[in-house]
Structures are given as structure tokens and as C-alpha cells.
Write a protein that binds this ligand. Sequence first.
Ligand code: PLP
Length: 367
Amino acid sequence: MIDLPRVHSAYKEELDEAISTVVNSGSYIGGSVVEEFQSTLTNFIGAPTFGVGNGTDALQIALMALGVGPGDEVIVPAFTYASSAEVIGLLGATAVWCDVQPGSFNIDPASAKLALSAKTKAIIAVHLYGQLADLEALEKAVGAIPIVEDTAQAFGAKFTHGKHKGKYAGTVGAFGTLSFFPTKPLGAMGDGGAIISSNSALHDRALRIARHGQSKKYVHEIIGVNSRLDPIQAAILGVKFKYFSNTTQRKESLAELYRKELQDVEQLKLPERQLHSTHVWHQYTVRTASKYRNSLKEYLADQGISSMVYYPIALSDQQAYAAMIERVPIANSRLLCDEVLSLPIDPSMDDTDVLMICSSIKQYFAA
Ligand SMILES: Cc1ncc(COP(=O)(O)O)c(C=O)c1O
């Protein structure tokens, strides 16, 4: 779906140099390169951040810092990646599914409200595909319950209207969590993640948990984990961050080209833009009736065009999460699993690549 060596070729020398600097430094855990990247991230996002091993760890640590454990419930959309739910189970708590809005693919605040109970300890709002969940509406719906923003897919997206106007993804909730998985909006060349929190008590607690629960070396006050951002990944991320705004703009123009080319294909629903958010186009995801979706995917594959179904099975229907709770209707989540198809959107693509993909899609529906 994304040709990473082609994306990196534009600044390969800088990447090579950044990697050799770490190799030659002899400092392979933490150190100045990690601190420098954390400062870059904090300055850009406008809220304190620190690096961890990956986006799943970031979610787990955020929930641990909120005190989630056995007997607690955490509300999470049924239509998202497994990490958002798996960490709830790992902590001995129970995921309670809520639904998403089919137009935005993001958490439905009314559904989250219905899923609340006296045991609800937190809510995970996922910013799916690069566009922000409506956190203002969610806050109104759920009151004081802490929100963890799973920002794995939406680094750099910004609120453009309402109470949170001007704030970046991940800075509104009690915690924001980032993934630097290579294909993510800001991607490393391996695993990486970060935690964002403007609440200094929560930030310090999460940082301590990520460092074995230590308050100082060899003094362990709480149970923690070992989760750190690797310096080689931090060096790579520092270089890629310089190009982040350019790559996002390029994806925006590719998305606009898809929109223009596909808007008249009546069998397709194109991604809806939300008034309250910018879009970083982690995915360009269209919907088509389930009778077409898999055969369209196969047709494109026959022409050498990759496409992906994110996600084919609602988390509520996964064997691993059979013990979790389905308290409210989640029909939209199940419908989307049958209808979504993500098309390639990679900043190194040419306009002609998009035109070729769109022409194949039109041929499929014309046949
Ligand atoms: C929505 C969402 N949450 C969490 C994660 C987990 O990130 P990581 O792969 O860095 O653990 C991912 C990434 O795959 C994701 O897409």
C-alpha cells in the first residue's frame, strides 16, 4: 500500500547520517537524540510528550496511569484496530463496545453515552484514518469520564472548529497516544510510540510506569513496564518530522484528486470531511456495497493495484474478545467491516498513479 523506500529516497542521505550518528555515539538507550526528538514533538504538539516502545504500549501505559484494572469497564469503538481493545483485556478490565458514525468512521458520542455504566473508568476515542473524532460532542455525552485519544493514525491532525479549535490530535483528552509504526503519518523504520498528556500528575505517573515504576534508579514505587523509544528510531523520526508537513500536503492533494475523479461513481461513498477537523489522510477509505467490495478489491489486485480492508471483522466479533461486553447496538461497525476499502495514498505517488487507480475502479463498475 505504501512504498516506503520510495518515500524515503527523497531524504535518504539525511536518514543515513542520522542513523550513523547514533551508531557512532555509543548511546543506545535514551540519550540526547531521544530527548531532542521528544522536545521537537512537544513543541509541535503544544503538550508534554515522552517516547515509548510503540503505540500499543502507549495505550496500555495510559490506561495503567488512569488506574484501569479488574472490575473496570473501558468503552471503545468496535470498529478499530485490535490494540485499542487488547490493552483493556491485558489489564484485566472489560471492553464495552460502542458504535461509530458511518460517515466519519469515528466514535459515536451518543453510542458511547449509552454504553456507560457505574463501572466505566475510561473511554478510548480513536481518530481513525487520519481525521479527528468529535471530542467536544463526546465530552458533552460522557461527562467527567477520562478520554484516551488513540492518535496512532492521526498525528498532526488539528481541530478547526469549536471549543478545541487550534489543538492538535492527542492533546485534548487525559492522554493522547501515538504510534510511529512505519506506515503511520509520522513513521519510524521500526516500532516507536509516544504518550501525550497536559495533566502533569498523569504525565508523571505514566512516565514512571513506562520506566519500570521507578521514581529514581532502583526505587520502584509502582508496578511498571519497560517501554522506551529507541534512539535510532528517534533519529529517523527527527529527520522525517522535517518533511511531515510536505508529505501531508501531498496526501491532501492526492485525496482531492481521488475525490474529483470518483465523485460521480454512484456505487461509491467517498470519505466525508468533518467540519471540526483537518485530515492527515492516513488512509483514503471509500465505501461500497458488500456485494461489490471484495470483487472490486480482487479486480484491482489483478491490475496490480493494492487496496486493503481496514478492518474486516468488528472487534466485538473476534474470538479473543468474546468476554467483552456488547451493551449497545453496533450495527454501523459491522456494516463498515463489509463495505470499506482503503486505496493507496502514499506521498511518493504521482497524480498519474491516482488517475490509473480511478480509471480501473470506473472500469470495474462499468463492466
Ligand atoms: C488505531 C491504532 N491504535 C493503536 C495502534 C498500535 O500501534 P503500534 O503498532 O505502534 O503498537 C495502531 C497501529 O497499528 C492503530 O492503528
